[in-house]
Ligand binder design. Sequence first.
Ligand code: NAD
Length: 371
Amino acid sequence: MQIGVPRESAAGETRVAVTPETAKKLVAQGHALLIESGAGVSASAIDEAYVAAGAQIVDRAAALGAELVLKVKSPNAEELGLMKSGAALVGMLNPFDRPGLEALAGAGLTSFALEAAPRTTRAQSMDVLSSQANIAGYKAVMIAADKYQRFFPMLMTAAGTVKAARVVVLGVGVAGLQAIATAKRLGAVIEASDVRPSVKEQVESLGAKFIDVSYDTEEEKEAAQGSGGYAKPMPPSWLERQKVEVAKRVAQADIVITTALIPGRAAPVLVTEEMVKSMKPGSVIVDIAAPAGGNCPLTEAGTTVVKHGVTLVGETNLAALVAADASALYARNVLDFLKLVLPKDGGFQVPMDDDIVAACLMTQGGTVKRS
Ligand code: NAD
């Protein structure tokens, strides 16, 4: 099958859906790999490396005109115009973007959004949310360390003692756990909060302290279980108690990393303007939830601002700032998903009895499949 890989066109998107490593594997499976010239250059994958892997370097129209197109982000209007009706598309297509999905259906594409894969053991190797959130958690701490005008570790020097940085992580999914692990490696003292009590053990195993908030009613206990591993909106009574506990920690924190997300909804506000005012000058907040509205109302998506003496980082594509490894992991996720739709005997199939394929299928035959 002809597989096309265009250069990503979204602003700040440095990742690529196929690396020379995965290109080699797809070529070995008998596919013709059409890589747009320069597609991997921002991720340190040069054209020559793709050629060495057996791929062909082509122009934009040829890459987008392939039978199967592999992308990072959903195609824009220009890209859709170059794609063939009846072609297949695999990428991070944003399952909650209804107009975007309608545009894919309108273009006659059979499309798969990898973010929609279930959080099951079998789907782990193609879990793009995890592979990219892991990188975001790491990079958030790297950025915080860069913006913070003090040390992370405790130091005892001839010129006196330097205190360890206090880090608060709000939301302990994949990104939050990596943020804790990274901050720990740098020597910080860390506290973390999540709505799901099940993460307490994970937080403690990384050497951080869990901010306990009691679950007093049946409604609170039920909501805390979430659904499918994801958080559900918590009752206001619980959020109020969480706010009091979080406010105390944030006031003492040097760094706050927020990652709290609820799929398909605006991110919950966890750090209010009052809390920001209570922080020491020079403190840093990295709001990983910035693309979903942010966990702090003072965050400005896509930029870094200083408010009340606190630096707020609203970077919306942290994974793209670690382009080579983000691409390497994403490309392996894509390769694993392709095993489900590209059988060894050739052709392209959509096995709807496969729960991963069924969950990821967004559009087919001109209609949006997602309810
Ligand atoms: P996410 O990015 O959707 O959300 C980040 C975190 O924010 C979550 O832990 C969520 O509980 C938390 N959160 C939401 N509202 C909050 C609030 N008001 N206060 C504090 N925290 C809040 O999460 P994710 O990283 O995608 O992980 C979601 C779940 O899926 C986790 O349980 C994770 O362990 C699980 N998971 C399972 C698999 C698998 O089994 N294959 C793979 C990856 C992740």
